[in-house]
Design a protein around this ligand. Structure first.
Ligand code: G6P
Length: 368
């Protein structure tokens, strides 16, 4: 397929801006009238699902971070013994698995060598294997038992953005589908999740309309060469993805930490030259994260916070606050990751980097 930049200076910016549509596409024909139905794609019976005690999710790079976000939703609404790992580790470990395991392989391209190798091992050991991929004719899609497609459209930018969004959406639908089949979800809970998923594309688009302030913040810190990204709970994998984006396209060092671990090391790095990006939506862990913001400010680090609209608790403490609309605690990553993608994009653009094709990186890594 011929894909052009559609008037944008880079594919990455175009793809970030397509994410509302990506969310809608990933839910089309899967979510309607307050229920999720994946039975057209997944032939699983209740008996099949009941036979799976373990749920493994295996991936690399950005796909791994989408898996870590989904893990936190899955562990609250399903009954599985869940394990999430990077494919390059999973394939060489001796992890218990067998016919009692549903193994999910998340790969945008469906061609990543480590993910393919991990899938072959899991299938060999008797696990039921599902691929979540953007490419329906890919190697992984041909090898697994079941496939869920992202429907994000071709992604040209090497740094994954819209496919991360699509992966989270598909994994959330999978979580709801599995929870229902386990008898763990009431129709009321299901409707609550479905209503919020349906509202997310609009909320995300309202975030994408406010890019200018992120551009200004990115320019303000263009001399920084070390960034710390912090998040707790479901915002921790969002911090990991935000730091990865910045490293990938700007070549500036960025490290992500679970906010509560900051005191065990990274706090030693903090000074006025090290900005701290804190993903701090108004959820059950908000107050805990706020104490980390105070700790960073006490070391005179500039703090850039991603917070929930209407939350004034960071006023006067964080140096910059970017607000995202309110959503369910479990759904904040769909909204908080977008400002991080945009921040990295503008930061790298200011430095004159090759945004769509960063040095040393490949869109899909087909060798070990
Ligand atoms: C490469 C890409 C990343 C991607 C990772 C996994 O490192 O540059 O953007 O997240 O591979 O790729 P996959 O196609 O398996 O999701």
């Amino acid at each position: 397929t011929m894909v052009d930049k559609g008037g944008y200076p880079h594919f990455m910016l175009k793809e970030i801006n397509e994410q509302g549509a990506v969310l809608r596409n990933s839910m089309a024909k899967r979510l309607a009238e307050g229920t999720v139905d994946l039975s057209a794609e997944l032939p699983w019976t209740k008996k099949d699902v009941a036979s799976w005690k373990r749920l493994h999710i295996v991936a690399c790079g950005t796909s791994y971070y989408a898996a870590l976000v989904a893990e936190r939703f899955l562990e609250t609404i399903t009954d599985f013994d869940i394990r999430v790992d990077v494919a390059s580790e999973y394939r060489y470990r001796n992890i218990p698995l067998g016919p009692d395991t549903l193994a999910v392989f998340v790969s945008q391209s469906g061609e990543t060598a480590d993910t393919l190798a991990a899938e072959r091992i899991a299938r060999e050991k008797g696990a039921r294997c599902l691929a979540v991929t953007n490419v329906i004719g890919s190697t992984i899609a041909r090898e697994v038992h079941d496939v869920l497609q992202l429907k994000a459209g071709p992604e040209i930018g090497v740094a994954a953005t819209k496919t991360f969004m699509g992966q989270m959406a598909v994994l959330y639908l999978l979580a709801i589908h599995l929870a229902k089949m386990q008898g763990k979800l009431t129709p009321e809970q299901e409707k609550k999740y479905c209503d919020e998923l349906t509202a997310l594309p609009y909320k995300l688009e309202s975030v994408l309309l406010r890019q200018e302030s992120l551009q200004e913040t990115a320019m303000l810190y263009n001399e920084a060469r070390d960034f710390l990204f912090l998040g707790r709970g479901i915002s921790y994998p969002v911090a990991l993805e935000g730091a990865l984006k910045l490293k990938e396209i700007s070549y500036v060092h960025a490290e992500a930490y679970a906010a509560g671990e900051m005191k065990h090391g990274p706090i030693a790095l903090l000074d006025p030259r090290v900005p701290v990006v804190v993903i701090s939506p108004k959820d059950g862990l908000h107050e805990k994260t706020f104490s980390n913001i105070l700790e960073a400010k006490a070391r005179k680090s500039p703090v850039i916070a991603i917070a929930t609209e209407g939350d004034d608790s960071l006023d006067g403490t964080a140096d910059h606050i970017f607000f995202v609309p309110e959503t369910l605690d479990q759904f904040t990553p769909f909204l908080t990751v977008a400002p991080l993608q945009l921040f990295s994009y503008f930061f790298a653009r200011f430095l004159g980097c090759h945004i769509d094709q960063p040095r040393n990186l490949a869109k899909s890594v087909t060798v070990e």
